[in-house]
Design a protein around this ligand. Sequence first.
Ligand SMILES: [Zn+2]
Length: 227
Amino acid sequence: MVWLIRGDNGRNILVDAGFRRDMKDFPDAKEFAIVYRTSPDSAIGALGVKAADVTDIILSHPHWDHIDGISLFPNAHIWIQKEDFSYYVGGAWQKGGNSGGYEPRDVRTLVDLNMAHRLTLVEGDNKEVIPGATVFTGSRHTYNSQYVLVATPSKKVILASDNIWVYYSLEHLSPPSEGGTLDTTGYVNAIRRMKTLATSTRYIIPGHDAKIFTLFPKVTDDIVSIE
Ligand SMILES: [Zn+2]
């Protein structure tokens, strides 16, 4: 899932970037490629936003299904947690490291973006990276994954990404299955905290639950709007 944040500051901000159609070339992704329908850059076209108009991408974490699409947005500035970045390009590939869900081509792309000064390392919790968009950590879906609080004039919305995998976790305060977090207690505490941050539970949005498409008004078959 990819979210586009639009306000009155001229920025077109994505939370995560999805992945590219040719992910089918990657062994881990084959099963997902079969059901792939709309690439993230063409999906936002339905909202009148071209790929080149995307100014920022806040990466919740660098799993392939969230990061691989960053190459589709030639002008976007990337925001990622510093510890997540360090582990992604370093420790994950050391003996004893865990590179599950990390695709080498995405790692190289992120290093290139850093060297091109198109990437900012966010240091820690409760950081307003762009006016109105504040990131929080603690769930540890990856080494230091982050979620985004979007403050609109009327409400506060949390785009949780995989820091809440599906609504079941939100409703039952239950951690994900094995491998879904490095810190089970932290994951559940982060959900509790989200409930204090968002206007209501309705405005806490999990990362992989298709129920979202029945809870919010549709723009197209593949897009819903939270206003
Ligand atoms: Zn993930």
